[in-house]
Design a protein. Structure first.
Ligand code: ADP
Ligand code: MG
Length: 585
């Protein structure tokens, strides 16, 4: 029997290795931007066409490469950033694995132009399938330009796995945002298909956040700044009123590297616990700076997941820092604004509330008149008892009918619901939703990932009376017991299903606008909306680009009230940006 083991040729080994580093055009964007930063660039230009499927190009004014280095850079494990294993513990650069360029060269056509400032003539190299096809001297500006063309041209299976342009573009914008956020001192310029997406002049951290996330954060950011010998935390959290229903603008960095950490996210959310509604997410952009020896960034090829040597300390510290920042904010909520300088310099406003001051205040007779029994101004902490009890009652009902009930999402009753509205709502529900099971065979609440098995499906006994609880829930009798339906969620579900049908099939009827509304968006959002226009049309929104990031609403869904178009469209975009897998491929 002959021996069967052989070494893989380099280009195949590279292609396999590339799978980890370059998964989509956005991965190349991240790697190329990081290389430009490591090269000390102060100006970086990102040019993308066809959502990166056709071209991703990064041009920087960094230190450039010698002709030999430029060629070496594309070898696997070729790096200038570490030489010994010891170096791994002192990493200050974004890259160090020496894999990115080799991976890009294995799965795309690459062109490089690079020149070191001290040299007169630069180098041009083109590579395909990991093979250098041309290398020659060329005149070019100091710095480096690397283009990745036709990604996965030689791995059709992976090219086919790429998502729609909208999705790939969204991924690119995400990666760009994560890098640009951490380097406000660098000027970035990003265009897609010739249209500018971001033009970011260098500026302060605060300016960069507003440039990237939008004006809604202007004057709505609370600074966080806390320093210890182990760890420094700096950055901003959004004021409570900027919290969103989608887990949107949450950015965490360790030594300027964007990281994902459910654990630290939990710490931050905890600091906001009583300040924002339960189902909303605070916005934040926070930077942790610590000795590189205290973190391991080498746990994952794309380095988004990292390990801290002492996670618990980091958790406690991050939470305390955010709490502290928020506490300062709530003492003097308007400090950011144009307060009289004389008032601003008052000690009471400048100094945070200390324990000492708190106990002084608690000892005062005024405070006691509010808090002690028998005093005129007593405010009972449980004075809202009936409301509390009501919730408790809800909870009990929910528990007792749990097994037979519809597992619809049950939340707290929406405040301010009027009695009149539920009657018509009920009629609608009766017609569309709670019809006998032959007519609605698919009432299996998979929305919110709570599948209901076939056995749990119910039949509504249509001739029995319905009852309403707290203007929010409908109690109905089914073949298996009681059903408790949260009216609002049920209604949302009905709408959701209608929209889902419309996206995949017959579009929703459009009602032409009598007075077409024109509105404009932030650049990145405008680029995104442009890509979404066909889907929007399916949903009944007839929107046309109007140049300069503006759009005209020519028509809206026939059954949507006119007047809120812009808000509806903005919310839709927001959800699209922040919900993963928001759109089918
Ligand atoms: P790594 O960044 O992990 O070292 P890469 O494959 O991304 O690996 O890059 C390999 C090497 O090529 C880098 O170490 C650097 O020396 C050089 N290089 C890459 N991009 C640039 C650039 N834009 N400017 C100057 N040098 C670069
Ligand atoms: Mg790199």
């Amino acid at each position: 029997m002959p021996d069967v083991i052989h070494l893989l040729p380099d280009h195949i080994a590279n292609q396999i290795a590339a799978g980890e580093v370059i998964q989509r055009p956005a991965s190349a964007v991240k790697e190329l931007l990081e290389n430009a930063i490591d090269a000390g660039a102060t100006e970086i230009k990102l040019i993308v066409t066809d959502a990166g499927k056709n071209l991703v190009q990064v041009i920087d004014n960094g230190k450039g490469m010698s002709p030999t280095d430029a060629r070496m850079a594309f070898e696997r494990h070729a790096t200038s950033k570490i030489s010994t294993i010891e170096d791994l513990f002192h990493i200050r650069t974004m890259g160090f694995r020496g894999e990115a360029l080799a991976s890009i060269a294995a799965v795309a056509q690459v062109e490089v132009k690079t020149r070191r400032a001290e040299e007169e003539i630069g180098t041009y190299i083109s590579i395909e399938n990991s093979q250098v096809t041309t290398q020659e001297a060329t005149a070019c500006p100091a710095g480096t330009s690397i283009s990745m063309k036709n990604v996965f041209f030689n791995v059709p299976a992976r090219r086919n796995f790429l998502k729609s342009n909208t999705t790939e573009l969204k991924n690119i914008i995400d990666e760009f945002t994560r890098v640009a956020m951490a380097f406000p001192e660098i000027h970035f310029n990003f265009s897609h298909n010739g249209q500018q997406v971001f033009y970011l002049e260098k500026g302060s951290q605060k300016q960069r956040i507003v440039q990237l996330l939008g004006n809604q954060y202007n004057a709505k950011l609370v600074p966080v700044q806390e320093e210890t010998s182990y760890l420094t935390i700096r950055g901003f959290v959004g004021k409570p009123e900027t919290a969103r229903k989608t887990r949107g603008d949450q950015y965490l960095f360790a030594n300027n590297r964007y990281i994902k950490s459910a654990y630290l996210n939990h710490a931050i959310a905890g600091a906001f616990a009583d300040l924002i509604p339960k189902d909303s997410f605070p916005g934040y952009v926070l930077f942790l700076d610590l000795d590189p020896a205290e973190i391991d960034i080498n746990v994952h090829p794309t380095k988004q997941e990292i390990k801290f040597t002492d996670e618990k300390i980091v958790y406690a510290f991050v939470q305390a820092a955010v709490k502290h920042a928020l506490a300062q904010f709530s003492i003097a909520p308007s400090l950011d604004f144009s307060l009289d300088p004389e008032i601003q310099s008052l000690e009471a406003i400048q100094k945070p509330l200390t324990e000492e001051k708190k106990s002084q205040a608690a000892a005062s007779s005024l405070y006691q008149s509010f808090t002690q029994k028998g005093q005129a101004h007593l405010i009972e902490t449980n004075s809202y008892k009936p409301w509390k009890e009501m919730h408790k009652q809800d909870e009990e009902i929910r528990q007792s009918i749990h097994t037979n009930a519809l597992h619809a999402h049950i939340g707290p009753p929406p405040a301010g619901e009027k009695e009149g509205t539920w009657k018509s709502e009920l009629a609608k529900l009766k017609e569309q939703f709670l019809t006998p099971s032959e007519k609605t065979p698919h009432l299996d609440f998979e929305h919110e990932h709570r599948p209901i098995s076939r056995e749990q499906r119910f039949t509504w006994l249509s001739d029995t009376p319905l009852m309403q609880l707290h203007y929010s829930y409908i109690v109905a009798i089914s073949n298996q017991g009681y059903m408790l339906v949260h009216q609002q969620y049920a209604h949302e579900r009905v709408v959701y299903e209608q929209l889902q049908k419309a996206i995949f099939g017959k579009p929703i009827a459009t009602q032409q606008s009598l007075f077409p509304l024109t509105f404009s968006l932030q650049q990145a959002d405008a680029v995104m909306l442009n890509e979404l226009l066909p889907e929007m049309k399916q949903l009944g929104y007839h929107i046309e680009p109007f140049g300069n990031n503006s759009f005209v609403v020519q028509g809206t869904p026939a059954d949507v009230e006119v007047g809120n178009e812009q808000k509806a469209i903005e919310q839709l975009l927001d959800q699209y940006k922040h919900k993963r897998n928001a759109c089918p491929a």
